[in-house]
Design a protein around this ligand. Structure first.
Ligand code: ATP
Length: 236
């Protein structure tokens, strides 16, 4: 579903991402982890179509910046950026109109209920807490019933009930065949949901393996994370 091939991105002279390649299949939850500055956000923003980059990124076989790809693709950025003077419901309606969704209101209501936001429908963006803004951002991404969805640090700012709800939603999406990519620093927050682990360090993917394959070796993701990222550091 998601194919990233030889993705490279430079900011001036800084090579933030260097020939990164990986795939996330339908019904698979990939987790992208790495130390600060590893290149995770740059990778995520490139996939989301927000940056110019070298290489190829396709979603459902279409170039990631094409309308066809955007139609099936949801993105929850690290920092929610809501419209200050649009209400929660306005945001959902905006997405519904932009994507030409039919019969979206029941889905929108159900999403808001799951995140305890049904009494906040009329609140405007600037009057929402950071966690509430994050919830709206998640609801907007899920409203389109994406076939591929990407979350950058989705749990930050969410209360425990919302974290539990989001984890359940991730499993539901996966079971419906959606491909999911999550970037996070908090390994515990996704410990029980991921299928494929991608570890980035210094702009490169230094580890790419599935939970099933790792179960055979018996190594924990946390252990592999430190061995891969520290090993790279001592090589310098
Ligand atoms: P973090 O975990 O701290 O969010 P990250 O893995 O998401 O880090 P990136 O934000 O992708 O890392 O940054 C990768 C590299 O690119 C870093 O060296 C960073 O300093 C650099 N970088 C990121 N954004 C820019 C920018 N807009 N201009 C210049 N350099 C940038």
């Amino acid at each position: 579903m998601l194919k990233v091939k030889n993705l490279s991105k430079k900011y001036g002279k800084v090579l933030a991402v260097n020939k990164v390649s990986f795939e996330i299949s339908c019904g698979e939850i990939g987790v992208l982890i790495g130390p600060n500055g590893a290149g995770k956000s740059t990778t995520i923003k490139s996939i989301a179509g927000l940056l110019r980059f070298d290489g190829e990124i396709s979603i459902d076989g279409k170039p990631n910046k094409s309308i066809e790809a955007k139609r099936v693709f949801g993105y929850v950025p690290e920092s929610p950026s809501l419209y200050e003077y649009l209400s929660v419901w306005d945001h959902l309606e905006f997405v519904a109109r932009a994507y030409g969704l039919q019969d979206w209101k029941d889905t929108a209501d159900a999403l808001l209920t799951r995140f305890d936001m049904d009494d906040k429908k009329k609140k405007i963006g600037k009057d929402l807490s950071k966690g509430m803004q994050q919830k709206v951002s998640i609801c907007c991404a899920l409203l389109i019933k994406p076939r591929m969805v990407m979350f950058d640090e989705p749990m930050i700012g969410l209360d425990p009930k919302a974290i539990k709800e989001l984890k359940e939603i991730l499993i539901e999406l996966k079971n419906s065949g959606c491909a999911i990519l999550i970037s996070t620093h908090i390994l515990d927050s996704i410990a029980d949901v991921w299928d494929k682990a991608l570890i980035m360090n210094k702009g490169e993917i230094v580890f790419n393996n599935t939970r099933d394959a790792m179960a055979l070796s018996g190594e924990s993701l946390e252990h592999i994370f430190f061995s891969k990222t520290e090993e790279e550091e001592t090589e310098q």
